[in-house]
Design a protein around this ligand. Structure first.
Ligand SMILES: Cc1ncc(COP(=O)(O)O)c(C=O)c1O
Length: 360
């Protein structure tokens, strides 16, 4: 039964398998934007300081008693990300799932066409009415919003679209949300730690009112922050609602205290991490000048179309010692396969020159 589905995927060049990244190769495929996950100084200093109160969360956060550090971290993170409160989920996927699947049915959801699979899945579980607007199109969204005058609304976007590296028109979406009295849910998975002062994200960089009750941000902790978790930053009212309704929060064991220690450590070491972020932006600036690198983020893509072509390019690059990602259907549209690469703070100009020589 399952075999036929597996064969079909293989036949269509859509087969996925788990691989280990060869440490001799230059990693252009992961989302370790600041190079933090492999940074020896960071690893050593964190492990030296590590004093977890317990090794496992042992239960859902709703079971009292063990999760003091979680509360402390959420306060610390809310202060850092300038929201009234925050709530830590085990992953960004679970945070998105928790929010949208628990949204009361009277809400109307307006979601960008290119939103991440976790948002699509989350929204599909919601009882609300759903409208998809054209990718990054304020104009399309405005027309749709004007047709829906009644009832509470939430607009859902990503700050940086991970499959294309594009920044959303965040200021315009925010103005539109305010004009229509809608909530704006911004998935900052690919901008948290990379954009904004000290890595507070694109909403901060674009000057949004971070503690506004209509703004809800999801900061992914698994990418630039080299850790794990999805942190929803919002008003105390929204956070209280999630604690009472979000099933992926309520019926799941809390984030490991070891992870919470690391998340908290990251904020304590923000000056060290900020140096990495500044290094990344200075590298991106050089790439703009030297190679006309046009992306608005550290993410670059090369559109190849046919799945087979993208896989071949990936294999050729691997022979040159460079590992890139290949994005195929259903992650992107059919016959729109791309090679995706991520510039990181610790890359040398030579690494990137090598990549561009083969890719362009
Ligand atoms: C835009 C976006 N949102 C959410 C997620 C899910 O986050 P996590 O990996 O923490 O589950 C991802 C992960 O790839 C993502 O790219």
């Amino acid at each position: 039964m399952f075999e036929s589905y597996n064969f079909k995927r293989q036949d269509q060049n859509l087969w996925r398998e788990l691989k280990i990244l060869d440490s001799d190769l230059v990693d252009f495929c992961t989302n370790d934007y600041l190079g933090l996950s492999q940074d020896e100084d960071y690893k050593k200093s964190f492990l030296k300081e590590l004093r977890p109160a317990s090794m496992g969360a042992s239960s859902s956060r709703l079971v009292p008693g063990l999760s003091q550090r979680h509360f402390e971290y959420e306060k610390q993170a809310a202060l850092f990300f300038k929201s009234e409160q925050s709530l830590l989920f085990c992953s960004g996927f679970q945070a998105n799932l928790g929010f949208f699947s628990s949204l009361p049915a009277e809400f109307k959801i307006f979601s960008d066409q290119n939103n991440h699979a976790s948002l699509i899945q989350a929204i599909s579980l919601s009882a609300c009415s759903k409208t998809i607007f054209k990718h990054n199109s304020i104009e399309d969204l405005e027309t749709l919003l004007e047709e829906e005058v009644e009832g509470p609304k939430v607009i859902v976007i990503e700050s940086v679209y991970s499959m294309e590296g594009l920044q959303t028109r965040l200021k315009d979406f925010w103005s539109l949300a305010l004009k229509h009295d809608a909530f704006l849910y911004v998935d900052e998975a690919h901008s948290s730690g990379v954009f904004g002062e000290q890595g507070r994200g694109l909403s901060e960089e674009m000057g949004l009112d971070l503690d506004h009750p209509k703004l809800i941000r999801m900061h992914g902790m698994g990418k630039a922050w080299a850790s794990q978790g999805g942190l929803i930053c919002a008003s105390q009212t929204v956070i209280n609602f999630l604690i009472n309704h979000a099933k992926s929060f309520i019926y799941s064991t809390g984030v490991s205290p070891l992870v919470v220690e690391q998340l908290s450590y990251n904020l304590e070491q923000i000056h060290f991490i900020d140096q990495k972020r500044l290094k990344l932006w200075s590298l991106l600036q050089s790439l703009k000048l030297e190679f006309c690198f046009a992306s608005e983020s550290p993410i670059g893509i090369k559109l190849l179309g046919a799945e087979e072509k993208a896989i071949q390019m990936q294999m050729q690059l691997e022979k040159q010692g460079l590992v890139v990602g290949v994005m195929r259907w259903p992650t992107v549209a059919r016959d729109q396969a791309v090679v995706r690469y991520v510039v990181k703070a610790h890359h040398s100009l030579q690494d990137i020159k090598n990549l561009f020589k083969f890719i362009n």
